[in-house]
Design a protein around this ligand. Structure first.
Ligand code: UD1
Ligand code: CA
Length: 448
């Protein structure tokens, strides 16, 4: 793959079609920003294209252009944009790129923003390897699908490769199972003259990019088709049902990848991961665990059932859950234990620290060997000043049950707090802090 990428690196351009509304999503948001595994479809696609190191990446935007462009700028800087103000078809979309890429001399890879086949690591190398041998022509991929309904079909007509859209198919053509995922590599100088020949003489009255296939052959260019093994949702996500199917496919692969790398998943089909989830070997993940974006788990950890992690680093040998929730900015050092109904946000917990029951630790720097008693919470938010404040808890501190730590506050090393204490002042090392008043017992009081 490195070699394939390297030989195109100097002068490869990529075009991504992302102007459509995605009517079938029934959404106020552009289709390509809908996603799975913590990332929009367009993000999965842009990430998959990165190994090709394209010199230029042009995203065609239209519906929701500003949001789509903002997403690209924030996450994949360096993209260029062309606005297709009126969506007159996939061929028209590429025509609109001519002012930017009309003089491009190298190959151009064209993909659609909703074709998730691109996220498979084998797909683009297959395309590029074939195109290397067909450098001045058109190279495309085909996917054989058990159910190709809705997709363009590819077939040879008098030896010439042709695409026909489903809406233009006759009964025999509809039975063809070779679907067109619309992943092309085409020689830059060859592309623009072909696009000028497009005609809207089809059922949808649009300019179809797919017509460049037969037009390329007619113009004498080499047209090469390679098969890729694909499942239906990878070939196009047009509805929320297809998006869910794509997610399911992606999750199944991710689970397999984790298990193959030495992670035990108990009830794998109930665990959900994000595009960037990392879990080290000899870790065990229990059922119904969700890893949101930004989760990095070291080896030999145990993540027990019903745990929800997000933006969290977990150290080796840690035990998290059942029923723990960690939010962004959480760092759990080696050997940390988090138990049921413990929430941690934007906090660091030192080595071997334990918070086993019913706690909230927000904006806290907790040292090593600390024991957080049941029901301990950091009162990190001051509703008057509307500010969040930090709580610092020194090594080997131990908080009694129901301790409230009113931030900003600093518990020095070895502090102990009594049950029910509200700590408002900084403590000295190894001190005991209580605010318990003497207990009043009124005999027979309850009999009245
Ligand atoms: C298209 C293909 C079909 C292929 C299928 C694969 C054509 C004519 N048809 O059909 O052969 O099997 O994808 O999923 O190409 N877009 C624009 N501007 C437009 C029209 C579309 O940017 O004017 C974008 C859309 O945002 C989308 C992509 O192009 O990302 C494909 O459009 P879509 O309407 O989903 O095409 P399909 O009907 O799926
Ligand atoms: Ca589509």
């Amino acid at each position: 793959m490195e070699n394939i990428a390297a030989s195109f690196t100097a002068n490869l351009a990529v075009i991504i079609l992302a102007a459509g509304k995605g009517t079938r999503m029934k959404s106020a948001f552009p289709k390509v920003l809908h996603g799975f595994a913590g990332r929009p479809m367009l993000g999965h696609l842009l990430a998959a294209l990165q190994p090709l190191k394209p010199a230029r990446t042009v995203v065609i935007t239209g519906f929701g252009a500003e949001t789509v462009e903002a997403y690209c700028n924030a996450n994949f800087p360096g993209c260029e944009f062309v606005r297709q103000t009126e969506q007159r078809g996939t061929g028209h979309a590429v025509q609109v790129c001519e002012p930017l890429l009309g003089n491009h001399t190298g190959p151009i890879v064209i993909v659609y923003g909703d074709i998730m086949l691109n996220i498979r690591p084998d797909v683009l190398p297959t395309l590029m390897a074939a195109h290397q041998k067909n450098a001045t022509g058109l190279t495309l991929l085909a996917a054989n699908l058990a159910n190709p309904a809705g997709f363009g079909r590819l077939f040879y007509d008098h030896g010439r490769l042709v695409n026909i859209e489903e809406k233009d198919c006759d009964d025999a053509q509809r039975k063809i199972t070779t679907a067109n995922p619309c992943i092309y590599a085409v020689d830059g100088p060859a592309l623009w003259p072909l696009l000028k020949k497009l005609q809207p003489n089809n059922a949808q009255g649009e300019l179809y990019l797919t017509d460049i296939i037969h037009l390329a052959a007619e113009a004498g260019h080499g047209v090469v088709m390679r098969d890729v093994v694909a499942e239906r949702p990878e070939v196009g996500v047009n509805s929320r049902t297809e998006l869910a199917a794509m997610d399911a496919l992606w999750q199944a692969r991710k689970r397999r990848e984790l298990m193959d790398s030495g992670v035990t998943l108990i009830g794998p089909e109930t665990c959900f991961f994000s595009f960037d989830t990392e879990i080290g070997p000899d870790s065990t993940v229990g059922p119904f665990v969700v890893c949101g974006v930004g989760v990095k788990v070291a080896g030999t950890t145990t993540i027990n059932a019903f745990t929800h992690l997000e933006g969290t680093a977990v150290g080796a040998g840690a035990v998290v859950g059942p029923y723990s929730r960690t939010r962004p900015g959480t760092v759990l050092a080696d050997g940390v234990h988090l138990g049921n109904f413990v929430e941690v946000k934007n906090s660091t917990l030192g080595t071997d620290t334990k918070a086993n029951h019913l706690s909230y630790l927000g904006d806290a720097d907790v040292g090593a060997g600390v024991n957080i008693g049941a029901g301990t919470i950091t009162a990190n938010y001051n509703s008057k000043t509307k500010q969040k404040n930090r709580t610092i808890i020194g090594d080997n501190t131990s908080t009694g049950s129901q301790t409230v730590l009113v931030a900003p506050v600093n518990l020095a090393e070895g502090t102990m707090t009594g049950a029910g204490t509200v700590v408002r002042k900084n403590t000295a090392a190894f001190s005991l802090v209580t605010d318990a008043r003497e207990q009043v017992i009124k005999a027979d009081y309850a009999k009245k």
